[in-house]
Every structure is written in C-alpha cells, then in structure tokens.
Design a protein around this ligand. Structure first.
Ligand code: PHE
Length: 339
C-alpha cells in the first residue's frame, strides 16, 4: 500500500512539470502504460491473500482513475495555453488605419479610362469588352480590311503561330458588338492594344485605346462632333478647341482625324505637339456600309459613328510626360507622382 501511495505521488509530481502534448503522451505511457510501476504492482498481486488483493486492487483502481482524471485535466490546461499563446502571437488590430506610405492608388491610365467610362455611361453608352487575342476577321476583315489591303501596313501586327493575333486596335470590339446586339445601340470599349512597332519616346508596342460606337437612324457627322466635344470638355474640365481633318481608315466613310489644340502651349508650339500647336487625339468617322453589312446590319436603315482614341497620348498631354514607355515600365516612382 505504501508503494502504491508513492507511485501516485511521484506520478502527480511528474505531471506538474509537463508542459506540452508530446510530453503528456510520454507521461501517460510511463505512469499508466503496460510497463508502468502501477501495472507492475497490480500484476504482482496474484501472490497476495484474497483480502489484501481486494484492498490493494481497490486502491490501485482508485489511483488509476485519479491519475487518468489528472491527465485529462492537464491535457485541457495545456491545449488552452497553446491556443492562448497562438492568439497572442497572431493578434492584430484590424481597425488601425493603414500607414499612408503603403496605400496603393489607380494607375493614371485606369483613372482616365474610368473617367471616360463615367462620362459616356451618363450619355447612355454601355461599356463593352473584347478579347486581346483576336482573329483576322474581327481585327481586319470585317472592318473592311481584306487580306493584301495596304491598310494592314498601317498597324504592324503581332501574329501567333496558330494564326490568331494580338489586337492592333479596339475597333475589333465594334464588330463583336454589332454581331451580338441589334441597333440602335451605343457603347465604348476601353482596352489594351498591341503593335509590332519600333519603340521610341512616342511609340510603344503596347498602349491603351478607347473605342466608341453609336448606331441608330439619321446619325450625322454633327452628332459625332457633339459627343466628342462633350467628352473632351468633361475630361479636361474646360472648353477645349478641336478640329477635324480628313483621315483615312477603311472602316469609316467619311473618316477624320481629330486634333486637340495643345493644352501645354495653348497652340503656340512646344515639343509635346511637335511645334504645330495641335496634337492628334483620335481617329473617327461614320461607320462604313461594308462594316455594317459584314455584321448583318442593313446600311439602308442604320448608320452611325465610331471613334478610337489613344489614352496614353491624352494622359501624356495632361501631365507633360515625355516618354510613353513609362506607362508599362513598372516603375512605381512614375505612377506615384501621378497619384
Ligand atoms: N482603330 C483606329 C486606330 O487604331 C482608330 C479609329 C477608330 C478610327 C474608329 C476611326 C474609327 O488607329
């Protein structure tokens, strides 16, 4: 009986210094396992008298149960302590304001793009989308640019080995829209385009455009001018001076180039406008009947205008940025100063 008492007190003492689950498992096998001293005593009882066996058996069982309960209690204490320690380590105050240095912001191209989307959605235009990897039909053929047409050289193209290509302009979205939606409709499609060009300060092999298209009955060049001036006035938040020059694009007739009186020098002539006082902003014109026909729209009934505007040039003009390649350089110093 004395031995049993000392086994119990030793086990309880050892349990005090156990602080982790693996140690606890170890403790259990040492003090309650098959090879434990307690089990040894129980096994040795076969030689004892029946009365002794009864008394010792009851005591040993009490100890076994008691140690089991102490083990369970310790296990709970340890798990709880482990959870608390983890919570303490991982605690963070999600209500703290971010430090200003780490705040992100929109890229200037995205900001302009959203601004233009807002202006046009207020005038009833829908925002349209198309894929960057296009096929010949949507980028050229349906836009009245058949194979071998010299206009294909106006936009040097990146071709994929499977015959697909990277869209050279957002005009491909005009076709995708007209194929899907019956007129009347109006929409704009901002997005990235690609050209296999020599790069320099004014040309990059990727840039951003916004395409616009409106198809309805009785639409004239005057309507087109109205929408374009309204947009430019809202973008620059002042009255801007524009002029239309004849311009050739196979998918519009008549076609125009729209120039903006240079915002930096107000027409006096500066490096940004190449000293002419005007900067080319977009191509536009009345949608060619052949384009409507390619999309199964009857040109006798429906007509409208389309325009395609380079976004990079616009932002460059606004902020006096001297090199188009900054936009996709990934240099944060560039975007951060235009926040
Ligand atoms: N797609 C032409 C370009 O990228 C621009 C354009 C669009 C011209 C729509 C006329 C009408 O240069």
């Amino acid at each position: 009986m004395n031995e049993l008492k000392s086994i119990e007190s030793q086990a309880l003492q050892a349990l005090e210094s156990v602080t982790s689950i693996p140690e606890l498992d170890q403790w259990k096998s040492t003090h309650l396992g098959k090879k434990s001293s307690l089990m040894g005593v129980l096994k040795g009882m076969k030689d004892a008298t029946p009365e002794m066996r009864k008394e010792m058996g009851a005591e040993a069982n009490r100890i076994k149960k008691g140690l089991g309960a102490s083990w369970e209690k310790r296990r709970q204490e340890i798990s709880e302590a482990e959870v608390n320690a983890r919570l303490e380590k991982e605690w963070l105050d999600i209500t703290l304001p971010l430090s200003h240095d780490e705040q992100g912001h929109l890229h200037p191209i995205t900001r302009y793009s959203r601004k233009i989307e807002d202006i046009f959605t207020k005038m009833g235009f829908k925002v349209l989308e198309g894929p960057l990897v296009e096929d010949d039909w949507h980028n050229f053929e349906a836009l009245n640019i058949p194979p071998e047409h010299p206009a294909r050289d106006m936009q040097d193209t990146f071709f994929m080995t499977n015959g697909s290509l990277l869209r050279t302009h957002t005009s491909s979205v005009q076709i995708r829209t007209m194929e899907k939606i019956q007129p009347p409709f109006r929409g704009i499609a901002p997005g990235r385009v690609f050209r296999n060009e020599e790069v320099d300060a004014c040309h990059d092999n990727t840039f951003y455009q916004v395409e616009g298209i409106l198809i309805d009955k009785d639409i004239s060049v005057a309507n087109m001018k109205y929408f374009l001036r309204t947009m430019l006035r809202e973008i620059f938040e002042k009255d801007v001076e524009v002029r239309l020059r004849h311009g050739y694009f196979p998918f519009v007739e008549p076609g125009f180039e729209l120039d903006l009186r240079c915002l930096l020098c107000e027409g006096k002539g500066c490096p940004a406008c190449k000293h002419v006082g005007w900067s080319e902003l977009m191509g536009c014109g009345m949608v060619h009947p052949k384009v409507l026909e390619a999309c199964n729209i009857d040109p006798e009934v429906w007509g409208g205008f389309a325009f395609g505007m380079g976004l990079n040039r616009l932002v460059m003009n606004h902020y006096d940025i001297d090199n188009i390649r900054h936009f996709v350089s990934g240099d944060l110093r560039f975007v951060q100063q235009l926040n």
